[in-house]
Design a protein around this ligand. Structure first.
Ligand code: ASP
Length: 450
């Protein structure tokens, strides 16, 4: 099977990804269960695809698709919800609008046919984000959403669940206006204590959407998703560490969540689709405007990419990119013989420390003077290059940079190392400390300065 977890390079006009829960190995299911699951996924995905192709927005599409899955007894949400230890259903759901970050959720509702619908009403009709238990049930009555009697829920009769968790449903959508939305709905974990609330109605844990990054829905042992803010962590990794959506999900699935815990579906603002699970199976599916339409009960290698993804393989952070640009500009200025411009990234303060060859200079003015004395003209300045930059963030607004400098002058190449400490000021990154050393040359008269 080809690797199917991300779409091609072309940005699709719209995209949708769904899940129907992570858990047991589908190769062990009987034919009936396999067929019913597959048909349920295809039906919901096709409805989502058609809605998006007809210009429906992301939020409406998420609600529409999840309603279909809630009405399908093959999934642990709505009609097919698992029961608590006391034999009741307690349903959880949430929905989030990536455009406005508006969100709504319900937990522990007992008579609402479509909890995702109620979650959306919490979002639009109340100033709140999450209603639980009795209050959520009352809200359902007030809103006149379709209510059902306990015997509507068929899970126990039709699909006795031996699995601790399986069949939660979720959906993430990018619409043709570039808006993202996500939602999740579940009966929770089978035989849960009455009152137990999982991750599905917790925004940031089981569901998250923000137009600047991605839309996410999770499924698995909800407690782990809450502990690790899983859905938000996908977005945070993209936002703050510049990770691709695939790297973000892979790192979480491989390093944050233990094997066997669950799965994630995620969709980036560019329409990249990721589906991964570290359980034997995950019912899921994806479609987009390029014609993609696929459903799975399990993905090869849990959908993880063949290459090894580590946090080291990440792209440079925003700070690293900005500082690299600053240093490259410095090199340019130096090579144009402009020491004043070269000095601009240095902190314009008496507290600047500049240490070269063991001699420490304090303050911007003295450092500049020192440079001008050592390098009175462009000829003495020669040609500078920086190499091998290594970054170490020191909190959020400071960075240590290690590197090698090389100076070519009069056929006398010189080289050495530097350690810079930069701080982020309102005007940008500034070097507040510079420690430069020179590497001694063999057979040279140069005094070793370190
Ligand atoms: N995450 C859900 C919960 O803990 C269950 C699941 O996804 O299977 O309530």
């Amino acid at each position: 099977m080809p690797h199917l977890t991300s779409s091609g390079d072309e940005k699709p006009n719209w995209a949708i990804v769904i899940h129907g829960g992570a858990g047991s190995d589908p190769t062990k299911w009987n034919e009936d269960k396999t067929k019913i699951r597959e048909a349920g996924l295809r039906r919901a995905l096709a409805a989502g695809r058609d809605a998006l192709a007809n210009g429906r927005n992301a939020l409406d599409t998420v609600e529409l698709v999840i309603r279909i899955l809630e009405d399908d007894a093959a999934f642990n949400a709505g009609r097919g919800a698992v029961l608590t230890k006391e034999g009741q259903v307690e349903l959880d759901a949430s929905i989030m609008d990536g455009k406005t970050r508006a969100c709504g959720a319900v937990a522990g509702v007992t008579a609402t046919r479509n909890p995702i619908n109620l979650a959306r009403l919490v979002m639009t009709e109340t100033p709140h984000v999450l209603l639980a238990g009795k209050g959520a049930n009352q809200f359902a009555e007030q809103q006149k959403v379709p209510l059902v009697a306990p015997d509507y829920f068929l899970s126990k009769a039709r699909f006795p669940e031996s699995e601790p968790h399986f069949g939660t449903v979720g959906c993430a959508v990018l619409d043709s206006d570039g808006n993202l939305a996500a939602g999740t709905s579940t009966g929770g974990t089978a035989k849960k204590l009455p009152g137990r609330v999982g991750d599905s109605p917790i925004v940031g844990a089981g569901t998250y959407a923000a137009n600047d990054t991605c839309a996410v829905s999770g499924t698995g042992v909800g407690e782990e998703y809450i502990r690790n803010s899983i859905a938000y962590d996908v977005a945070a990794r993209m936002r703050y560490a510049n990770e691709s959506i695939e790297d973000a999900v892979t790192i979480i699935m491989q390093q944050t969540l233990q094997a066997g815990v669950g799965g994630i579906i995620a969709l980036s603002k560019d329409g990249k689709i990721v589906m991964q699970h570290n359980t034997p199976g995950m019912s899921c599916g994806a479609a987009d405007s390029s014609g993609k339409f696929e459903t799975h009960l399990a993905l090869k290698d849990g959908g993880s990419p063949q290459r090894r993804v580590t946090t080291d393989a990440r792209k440079p952070s925003k700070a690293e990119t900005e500082i690299t640009e600053l240093l490259l500009q410095q090199v340019k200025d130096w090579n144009q013989g402009d020491i004043d411009a070269f000095m601009e990234p240095y902190w314009n303060s008496e507290q600047l420390t500049f240490s070269s060859g063991g001699k420490v200079t304090r303050g911007h003015a003295k450092t500049l003077l020192g440079y001008k004395e050592r390098y009175p003209d462009a000829k003495t300045m020669g040609t500078l290059a920086f190499e091998g930059l290594e970054f170490q963030a020191l909190g959020n607004d400071a960075m240590q940079v290690l590197g090698i400098w090389k100076l070519a002058r009069d056929n006398q190449p010189m080289t050495g190392r530097f350690t810079l400490v930069l701080r982020q000021f309102p005007e940008g990154w500034r070097i507040i400390h510079d420690h430069t050393s020179k590497t001694p040359e063999k057979n040279s008269d140069d005094t070793v300065q370190q």
